[in-house]
Design a protein around this ligand. Structure first.
Ligand code: UDP
Ligand code: MG
Length: 325
């Protein structure tokens, strides 16, 4: 087997504070791999600038001039982590044999990259990076993440426990992935569906090297909701079931109301009446919201908007594509 071309894909959103260190670390990892003939000398690091408002893109351009192995793609506007990652993977797919996706902030241990590649040589086409410890995460992040994984499993979505988007994908995995035309991308849910040989690598999740998380609670909640509603219709069934139970209950309640009316004790039921009106109103609103969630998905899906728009592509000197102008 000839040595595979590896492209490390790094989505970046306002990451000017960490890029220098990231380039340095990946440089070392990549060159060790090349020296040991585990990957081809044409291997590169592809930074995806997800519409940053700071100097991220300027730095990427600068590094691509000073470092042979650095390339970049600039998205026209902020498309979100999943879409930026997908943009990078689909760009890398044209020229790579394997890709490894990693966050720019160095929370994921770069030493695991080597183990990913070793697993690939042993025959795995998908290698998941699994966080062995979450010591640096806050209590809040840990518990919310844990309940999210549990909920996803109960809903029948096969996502890997404690695996984020730190993973290796073979060219074939990317080709399969490209067949998934959905607009609501949730890679962690799709990758296990590809049906390829997988392996796992444990690593320790660290503190962010610098800067702040680009995933505030607002984005985390919307990410979790997207993950659930993109893969499961169970919530909607649950709503239907609840609605059904409530209808049956209301029949009994109606009978009770009529009987008490006939017996002349109706006025005393006022409190419970008001309470149930509020309760049922609440349940109905919840149901409507959930239904709206799915309709919103259909709406976005039928519009078939592009997931990301690539504004510029840099090419590294060590690996020049014919298509580049
Ligand atoms: N990111 C991105 N677009 C966004 C938000 C984040 O490309 O809209 C990138 C970010 O630069 C980082 C990775 O996604 O490389 C993970 O984000 P972050 O570290 O902020 O998330 P956390 O680790 O806190 O969950
Ligand atoms: Mg992070």
């Amino acid at each position: 087997m000839s040595t595979p071309v590896l492209i490390i894909v790094v989505p970046c959103y306002n990451e000017e504070e960490v890029l220098h260190e990231t380039v340095g670390r990946l440089d070392k990892v990549l060159h060790d791999l090349i020296d040991d003939k585990l990957v081809s000398a044409h291997s590169t690091v592809l930074f995806v600038d997800d519409g940053s408002r700071d100097r991220t893109w300027a730095l990427i351009e600068q590094y691509s001039r000073s470092h042979d192995f650095v390339t970049g793609v600039k998205l026209a506007r902020n498309a979100g982590h999943q879409n930026a990652l997908l943009a990078g993977l689909m760009t890398a797919r044209q020229t790579s044999d394997i890709t490894i996706s990693i966050d720019a902030d160095l929370q994921d241990d770069t030493d695991a990259i080597r183990e990913f590649v070793v697993k690939y040589h042993e025959g795995a086409e998908v290698v998941y990076g699994i966080r062995s410890a979450r010591v640096t995460d806050t209590w809040f992040k840990k518990t919310t993440a844990e309940s999210f994984y549990k909920l996803m499993h109960r809903l029948g979505v096969q996502i890997k426990y404690n695996h984020a988007d730190y993973r290796l994908l073979s060219r074939r995995a990317l080709d399969y992935l490209a067949e998934y035309k959905e607009v609501n991308v949730f890679l962690r849910g799709i990758v296990p569906l590809l049906g390829l040989r997988t392996a796992e690598v444990m690593y320790e999740r660290k503190e962010r090297f610098a800067g702040e998380s680009k995933y505030p609670l607002r984005k985390m909640v919307s990410f979790a909701l997207d993950g659930i509603t993109s893969f499961s219709v169970k919530p909607i069934r649950l709503v239907t079931l609840t609605g059904f139970l409530f209808s049956i209950f209301s029949v009994f309640a109606g009978v009770y109301a009529i009987i008490s009316k006939l017996m002349g004790t109706a006025v005393s039921g006022w409190t419970s009446l008001i309470l149930s009106v509020w309760f049922i109103g609440g349940v109905q609103l919840l149901a409507l919201g959930l239904i709206g969630e799915y309709i919103g998905k259909i709406y976005r899906e039928v519009k078939h908007r592009p997931l990301y728009l690539i504004e510029k592509t840099l090419s590294s000197r060590s690996y020049v594509k014919e298509t580049d102008a």
